[in-house]
Design a protein around this ligand. Structure first.
Ligand SMILES: NC(=O)c1ccc[n+]([C@@H]2O[C@H](COP(=O)([O-])OP(=O)(O)OC[C@H]3O[C@@H](n4cnc5c(N)ncnc54)[C@H](OP(=O)(O)O)[C@@H]3O)[C@@H](O)[C@H]2O)c1
Length: 362
């Protein structure tokens, strides 16, 4: 395997998150390498899950999960987007390879212990090399960090008390990562700029969330990465983060699942423990959430007839054939097309088809 000329490498591109990253790189016209441990899986994932992939400037590269092979691949790239988690387990080789190859490192972690490891073991080296070390570019917990920024603009506020509540369901890998993290790592909050451990057996916390009538149940979820991010921020001395979902039975079940997993893996070596936890996670969550479509705007409003016309457009029918097929006049077909283009925010049928595909209407 040789070094790449593409500026971005997506490592783990066959996965749920990796494909989404590829989708946006395609949309923004950024050339990329879709890398992972199986070329077949990568090709299949690009084809089936990245709308418009045929217009992307990309290549698929199969690579072994080891520092040497990854370094060789990363040479020539600027940025690596790592989506192979749990990161505390699979991340070290990738970070080391980035440093060796002179690439900026990003990932989608939510694991606090991984952030602490990165800070302590690699932070200074990346800084000395003039490289960015930016883990955690993911939904959990970027929104909390964004919300914290305007609060910190008020002088004198030095305490962040963050509640993260989310909808939808986690992916299989996220469930696995959450369980492995909960069962094998300590969770910290920040108190006067020092890490202080959350009480491991405290169970669920009750939070009053503005705008909600019901008390919310919450957990520290391994501490989250905010205490690590903000530890060196001169404005911040204390950070506590709790989070959860508005689903009482689910929240009540989480501590029980973790407790049972801890009991079942007591005394196991690291590898056996990981395998057992992965299996437990798979039994808790064995289906991927649906891909959330891009903002559909007015496209939600497409009528059944308009959707039918879109499907016929995709089959290559011209205006006259459309009219015949739908028993309409050509003028009426044009009127429908005009409305469809307006709802999709496009000007012609090629763009309409691309847009419809992008937002999973076709
Ligand atoms: N903080 C957040 O908000 C957030 C959001 C999204 C994801 N995440 C985290 O990001 C990670 C990925 O999640 P996902 O749902 O996208 O997972 P996924 O769909 O299972 O994808 C995982 C990727 O990692 C690869 N992989 C797994 N084990 C590997 C190994 N031993 N060597 C090399 N590659 C390996 C897989 O390759 P194959 O296809 O060949 O199996 C796949 O490409 C998880 O840790 C998840 O918790 C966090």
């Amino acid at each position: 395997m040789s070094s790449t000329r593409k500026p971005v490498v997506v490592y783990g591109a066959s996965g749920y998150t990796g494909r989404l990253v590829c989708e946006y790189l395609r949309e923004y016209g950024v050339p990329f390498v879709a890398a992972g441990r199986s070329a077949d899986k990568l090709h299949a994932a690009m084809k089936a899950n990245v709308p418009g992939i045929e217009t992307a400037d990309y290549e698929v590269v199969e690579v072994q999960h080891g520092t040497e092979a990854l370094t060789e691949l990363f040479r020539g790239a600027s940025v690596v987007l790592n989506t192979v988690g749990p990161f505390a387990k699979f991340g070290p080789e990738v970070v080391q390879a980035c440093l060796a190859a002179g690439c900026h490192y990003t990932d989608t972690t939510g694991e606090q212990d991984w952030l602490i490891t990165l800070d302590q073991a690699w932070g200074a080296n990346f800084e000395a090399a003039g490289l960015l070390l930016s883990p955690g570019l993911a939904q959990m917990y970027t929104t909390g960090e964004i919300a914290a920024q305007p609060c910190l603009e008020t002088p004198g506020l030095d305490t962040l008390d963050i509640a993260v509540f989310w909808g939808g369901s986690p992916t299989i890998a996220s469930t696995q990562t959450i369980l492995v993290n909960a069962a094998t790592s300590k969770a910290f909050h920040l108190q006067q700029n020092r890490y202080v451990e959350w009480q491991p057996d405290a169970g669920l916390y009750s939070l009053a969330i503005p705008g909600q009538h019901e008390m919310a149940l919450a957990l520290p979820w391994g501490g989250t990465w905010h205490p690590v991010w903000f530890r060196k921020d001169p404005r911040v001395a204390n950070v506590k983060v709790l989070g959860g979902v508005f689903n009482k039975p689910l929240m009540l079940g989480v501590p029980k699942i973790v407790e049972a997993a801890l009991k079942a893996t007591e005394g196991m070596n690291e590898e056996d423990r990981y395998a057992e936890l992965a299996q437990t996670a798979a039994s808790v969550m064995n289906a991927m959430p649906p891909r959330v479509a891009a903002d559909r705007g007015d496209a939600e409003e497409l009528t059944e007839r308009e959707l039918k016309i879109l499907r016929l457009l995709k089959a290559g029918l011209g205006n006259r054939e459309l009219a015949q097929s739908l028993c309409l006049s050509e003028a009426t077909v044009k009127w429908h097309l005009h409305n469809i283009f307006a709802k999709l925010g496009v000007k012609n049928r090629t763009s309409a088809l691309a847009r419809a595909q992008e937002i999973s209407l076709l």
